[in-house]
Design a protein around this ligand. Structure first.
Ligand SMILES: [Zn+2]
Length: 288
């Protein structure tokens, strides 16, 4: 208002809306944006008139208006950080490093990432595969974990099924015989049947949500469950988290089985994305 009075004859009265934008002075560029906000608030016409004396302070808008909102929106998305976001906005990411390195928020960037995934999907049901030959069923390990363990020969997992993804073979059936082999179609069918099961569980709960006995199976639960299956069958994004010493081998193994998995993975991805964009309430996702 003060600025308006100095350059415009018409005053303002209570209730008027005064449009303004935050600018920076071009002269003395290095200290131009260091003064407070109020002296730098200008009428939107001013930057156009003053022969470039005032420029719109793009840094201010990116760092104060856009970055905080994006950071909040993306806080629950894995792999993003205020720092990385600042980087994408062409901003000085070092300013945000302090915040993201607080101990409480100390996300390890190495192989420990899988611990974080385990924590994230703790409440989810496992993907259960049944052998087409002997009908034995077992919990399907995440592709990436399974292959990393096999490649690094870490045998701290006693379960026979932990190396399933290297052989695509039932852990109970004798090896070498033409039995217990999982094909692309078998995987896709089993994954789809289970994803459908979670969908109908969700719909059942919608129908009888007054029933206090049943724990409500929410849209967020369903979304998380389907995301978990996507995570188990993921053959792309997981590679970023693999230790660089075994990455080449893991990549080779994953490439070898990708065509078998892809159909199942894309089925569950489609179901999840449909539920994510179609009828899941976004507010439920952010409660996670
Ligand atoms: Zn079998």
């Amino acid at each position: 208002m003060r600025l308006k009075q100095s350059s415009y004859s018409s005053g303002c009265s209570v209730g008027d809306t005064v449009p303004y934008i935050i600018c920076r002075e071009q002269v003395g560029a290095e200290c131009g944006s260091s003064t407070g906000i109020a002296p730098r608030a200008r009428h939107p016409d001013e930057p156009k008139q003053n022969d470039g004396k005032w420029l719109i302070d793009i840094d201010y808008y990116l760092s104060q208006r856009i970055h905080p909102v994006l950071s909040r929106l993306r806080a629950s998305i894995q792999g993003t950080s205020p720092e990385r976001l600042a980087d994408c906005l062409g901003h000085d990411s070092s300013k945000f490093q302090v915040k993201s390195n607080e101990p409480a928020n100390n996300i390890p960037s190495g192989p420990l990432f899988s611990m974080e995934d385990e924590e994230r999907y703790r409440d989810c049901r496992p993907l259960i595969l049944s052998c087409p030959s002997c009908s034995a069923s077992f919990n399907c390990p995440a592709i990436c974990n399974s292959i990393c363990e096999s490649v690094s020969r870490k045998s701290n997992n006693d379960e026979k099924s932990s190396s399933f993804w290297c052989s695509l073979h039932c852990p109970e059936c004798p090896k070498g015989e033409n039995m217990g082999t999982f094909t692309s179609a078998i995987l896709a069918n089993q994954v789809k049947r289970q994803a459908d099961g979670f969908m109908s569980q969700y719909y059942k709960c919608v129908m009888m949500c007054d029933d206090e006995i049943l724990r409500k199976y929410s849209e967020a639960d369903l979304y998380k469950q389907l995301s978990y299956f996507c995570h188990i069958l993921d053959t792309e994004r997981c590679l970023d988290k693999v230790d660089s010493r075994i990455k080449v081998q893991v990549d080779r193994e994953i490439t070898r089985i990708r065509h078998v998995v892809e159909s199942a993975a894309s089925i569950v991805r489609n179901i999840r994305d449909r539920c994510g964009h179609g009828w899941v309430q976004m507010r439920d996702l952010f409660v996670l």
